[in-house]
Design a binder for this molecule. Structure first.
Ligand SMILES: Cc1ncc(COP(=O)(O)O)c(C=O)c1O
Length: 426
């Protein structure tokens, strides 16, 4: 059996071993450097925070360092992969990864910088339509960015932000509540800005539906896909948001602080009248080196670039994107659904008042991550497990985040985690 989608989970370790033996993607684990403790390989379940290093990364970086040493400035044109068009090496794979056209994506800057650049162009508040819809408890950087943009336009965040809030005693948002709020406030909403997957709860949103509804009511729609890129199957072009941004150091294994991604829908590719913050790398390539004083944007997402890109960081990302491309997002997602379902199944075998799963159960409403609420002593528990080589992460006030990643995690990783977690929580 090569497809485990319909597999009934079983509780014993034999099941995990069998699943790993049947896993068509199992060879990819060996393509990554797994952190080690004195006891052996870690059980690393933290790819939602920092993805692991592919074994080929060093060679990709070494190539650029060698070309720099060998050629100096000439490497812009004569390197094995010339630096001048280097970022283009990532375009096709990035487009494939997020379901976009090559014209619609670019790899540049970091996520928050890209979010600001996008809001400069796409958050255009007027006296009537100035509000921004966000999730309550959106990632802090997004909250800071949005509030600062709102203030920048002379509005007050207290009256301009509409926070989507779960019902009392619930942790996740209901689709119908999201829709009701957008419908109710529609005429006043300038921008709907949601995460593809909420970083704290692991809830995935129906991005297609939200986009459709937002657009029907005249709102701009943008997404922070930090926890969705390389995790969920995305169809950005088809779903049609105006923009999206994501970082590459989580599921994409692009390395700490690595270069981020940005999507601008094709319908804006030649919207020359959109306000934007400009830099020379977004200027028309044909005349960039004429060094003229007037900015002429390139078409598509490329036109939002500011600076010439960091080649070494792009080299790190290329190593990982080549692995993604080879493995394919569809098989990865199929395995991911099964791995995370198995994690949930095992946790549910150990019903306890000491923890509960916050992330939705339905596979359409989550990605790889499960957020486990541990109301008491959770941080200490997380730290104790880390000392034993079981790596997840802790988010205040009571969330233990765990993500089995299909590229390098196994069913046995999940089994070992649950065994240790249940023993440690007592
Ligand atoms: C959902 C989300 N948005 C934004 C950020 C900030 O990313 P950056 O530091 O690359 O700007 C993060 C970082 O973890 C994140 O998880």
């Amino acid at each position: 059996m090569t497809n485990f989608e319909f597999q009934e989970f079983q509780a014993g370790e034999d099941f995990a071993i069998t699943m790993d033996e049947r896993d068509p993607l199992r060879r990819y684990r060996d393509r990554f450097l797994l952190p080690r403790t004195t006891g052996g390989d870690c059980v690393y379940l933290c790819g939602h925070s920092l993805g692991l290093q592919p074994k080929t990364t060093a060679a990709y970086v070494e190539q650029e360092l060698k070309d720099w040493a060998r050629l100096g400035v000439e490497a812009h044109f004569r390197a094995k992969h010339p630096w001048m068009p280097y970022h283009r090496l990532l375009t096709a794979q990035t487009a494939e990864l997020v379901g976009a056209k090559p014209l619609e994506v670019v790899v540049m800057n970091s996520l928050t910088v890209n979010l600001h650049l996008m809001m400069v162009s796409f958050y255009r508040p007027t006296k009537e339509r100035y509000k921004v819809v966000v999730e309550r408890g959106a990632f802090p950087s997004d909250q800071y960015a949005v509030k600062s943009q709102v203030r920048f336009h002379g509005f007050d965040p207290a009256t301009s932000l509409i926070e989507l809030t779960p019902r009392s005693s619930e942790s996740c948002l209901r689709d119908e509540d999201i829709e009701a709020l957008i419908e109710r406030e529609g005429d006043n909403i300038a921008l709907i800005l949601l995460g593809g997957v909420n970083y704290a709860t692991g809830q995935a949103f129906d991005l297609a539906r939200i986009t459709r509804l937002g657009h029907a009511l005249g709102c701009v729609v943008g997404f922070d896909l930090a926890h969705a890129a390389g995790n969920l199957l995305l169809k950005l072009h088809e779903w049609g948001p105006d923009f999206a941004v994501w970082c590459s150091y989580k599921y994409l294994n692009g390395g700490p602080g690595s270069v981020a991604g940005c999507f601008v829908h094709e319908r804006h590719a030649r919207s020359w009248d959109l306000p934007r913050f400009a830099g020379w790398w977004g200027h028309d390539e044909g005349s960039r080196f004429e060094m003229g004083p007037e900015f002429r944007a390139m078409s598509g997402a490329d036109g939002w670039q500011l600076s010439n890109p960091p080649i070494v960081s792009l080299a790190v990302l290329r190593a990982s994107m080549d692995v993604f491309h080879e493995a394919g997002m569809e098989p990865l997602r199929t395995k991911s659904v099964s791995l995370t379902g198995y994690l949930e199944f095992l946790l549910n075998q150990n019903v306890s008042h000491k923890f509960s799963i916050v992330t939705p159960h339905e596979k359409e409403r989550r990605g790889a991550q499960l957020s486990i609420r541990v109301p008491e002593h959770g941080r200490a528990l997380c730290e104790r497990l880390a000392q034993e080589g079981i790596v997840g992460d802790w988010r205040e006030p009571h969330t233990f985040r765990i993500a089995p990643v299909p590229l390098y995690n196994s069913f046995q990783d999940v089994f070992r985690f649950v065994q240790r977690f249940v023993a440690a929580i007592g």
